[in-house]
Write a protein that binds this ligand. Structure first.
Ligand code: FAD
Length: 461
């Protein structure tokens, strides 16, 4: 744990030591040489949302424009730099995201998305329409020397040969290649240590107020075990995760953000339904849960009738852990109603069963668990989002105040790109071309607000 803060001034105070705040501290102190950065959290670093993630990354993002792909490309470049310099302490791999479908219309849509992402800079699209096509599977470990871009596989014999564990009616696979996963905790701890080496100090406590003088930030009031204290500072960064809106209101600023609850299921795949070397695999079609005739008629007459209806597309999963690990992670957000974040997070008691049933549509061997469900661990947190699912990184309307937040379901992968951008804002450096797409002030522009009305895919999985 970084040392306690004893001084009463700081150059920059960051509220929140999740991945956003830690990355912000790292980019300010280590990459921009800003001294005297104080990171404040009422919890231990990286323990609220940032240890609940599925820890995946991807350069596959929709428009409009190339902003998401460009920011994420920068973020993945930075992740790769960190992986190289640390001897890959956070075990970054490059297994890819594998999108699967049994629906010809959905297959065409996936190809369209692939071409769109490619046009935004995600790399070339390679078509594999014949048995002898040169599709190159991803290695289980490491990230060097791998293709970027997207493989579109429509030859059924390649699908069976390489991914025989998927349902036989899979007609198309889209394998996005500059994608994979890593240990988010290890990444966060690595950046926190480097930041600490450059003088970043951690203060355990709760930010209660942000004071201004002459219209600009002047001090931050913190309560904690040692009592209340005030830190004089000209700069304040709101990195409060699900509470980013609440903390902005301390400055009288209303952020256009909301939260969704998202869970993940982990259990030991003793049947070996998903190979240990598999990519993150996503079923892109809506699903009807499998039930026996008896279960079906029982459900039809019960309050759980909904379980007989169609569930949305997007159930996905991957193997987790190295060596002898048998663990797999499954994720399916079939209910995305906005909620007020409360902790501990509570989940539908049938979440694990519904997710395993849903995933068995894509991976039939998972049906082996349905007669006797495995002991599953359910965990999760909140996606904090803007309406169009694009994060916030930049100045707030009070001078000296900034935000890095609304990192949604992609905060581990985007944290470096978002924090690099934030550090450019804070230090007054030249900004990259994608900066305007992430400014909190973008909503002041009537043309942007009009665009929101016709916004298409938000890129959420
Ligand atoms: C189920 C699930 C799966 C996910 N999968 C992925 C994935 O595969 N890939 C990916 O990239 N992302 C994923 N994410 C998203 C990712 O986890 C988040 O985007 C990210 O963790 C958000 O980080 P944060 O720093 O903004 O928030 P947090 O980690 O929540 O940190 C915010 C911190 O602010 C502190 N704080 C708040 N208010 C105050 C205050 N007043 N005073 C002091 N401290 C305060 C809190 O204590 C907390 O520690 C997933 C998320 C979930 C829930």
């Amino acid at each position: 744990m970084p040392p306690e803060v004893t001084t009463t001034t700081a150059e920059v105070v960051i509220c929140g030591a999740g991945i956003a705040g830690v990355a912000a501290a790292y980019h300010l102190a280590v990459r921009r040489g800003v001294r005297d950065v104080v990171l404040i959290d009422e919890r231990a670093p990286l323990t609220l949302t940032s240890d609940k993630s599925a820890e995946c990354y991807r350069n596959w993002w929709p428009g409009p424009g190339d902003a998401m792909v460009a920011l994420m490309t920068r973020s993945i470049d930075l992740l790769e730099e960190l992986a190289r310099e640390s001897d890959n302490v956070f075990r970054m791999n490059r297994r890819g995201y594998l999108f699967a479908t049994a629906d010809p219309a959905r297959a065409s849509e996936l190809v369209h998305f692939a071409e769109e992402a490619s046009g935004f800079g995600a790399g070339p699209v390679r078509r594999h329409e014949r048995r002898d096509s040169d599709y190159r599977p991803a290695p289980a470990e490491g990230f060097e020397g791998q293709p970027t871009g997207i493989d579109v596989i429509t030859d059924r014999s390649i699908i069976r040969r390489e991914f025989g564990w998927l349902t036989e009616d899979t007609i198309a696979l889209v394998h996005a290649r500059r994608c994979g996963w890593f240990s988010g905790q290890q990444l966060g701890m690595y950046m926190l240590e480097r930041a600490r080496d450059k003088g970043v100090r951690f203060l355990e406590g709760r930010v209660e107020a942000v004071e201004t003088a002459g219209g600009r930030v002047s001090a931050v009031k913190v309560s904690g075990a040692g009592g209340a204290r005030t830190l004089a500072t000209p700069r304040f960064v709101d990195a409060a995760g699900p509470f980013v809106g609440r903390v902005a209101r301390l400055l009288g600023v209303d952020l256009p953000v909301f939260c969704e609850r998202h869970g993940k299921v982990a259990f030991n795949d003793v049947l070996g339904a998903i190979p240990r070397s598999a990519p993150l695999t996503i079923w892109c079609d809506p699903v009807r849960l499998p039930w026996s005739d008896e279960e079906r008629s029982e459900l039809a007459d019960s309050e759980h009738r909904r379980l007989l209806e169609e569930f949305p597309a997007g159930v996905h999963g991957r193997p987790e852990g190295a060596g002898e690990s048998q663990s797999i992670l499954l994720i399916w957000t079939y209910d995305v109603a906005p909620v007020t974040p409360t902790f501990p997070v509570e989940f539908d008691p049938s979440f694990a069963e519904i997710t395993i049933r849903g995933m068995s549509r894509m991976v039939p061997a998972l049906a082996g668990y349905l007669s006797r469900l495995p002991r599953a661990f359910v965990d999760g947190g909140y996606y904090t989002k803007t309406r169009e699912n694009r994060l916030l990184s930049g100045p707030l309307p009070v001078e000296g105040a900034y935000v890095i937040g609304a990192l949604s379901g992609y905060g581990m992968m985007s944290s470096n790109g978002a924090a690099d951008l934030l550090a450019d804002h804070v230090t007054g450096r030249a900004l990259p071309h994608y900066a305007p797409a992430f400014l909190p002030s973008r909503y002041d522009d009537p043309a942007y607000r009009a665009l929101l009305e016709t916004w298409g895919d938000s890129g959420q999985l």
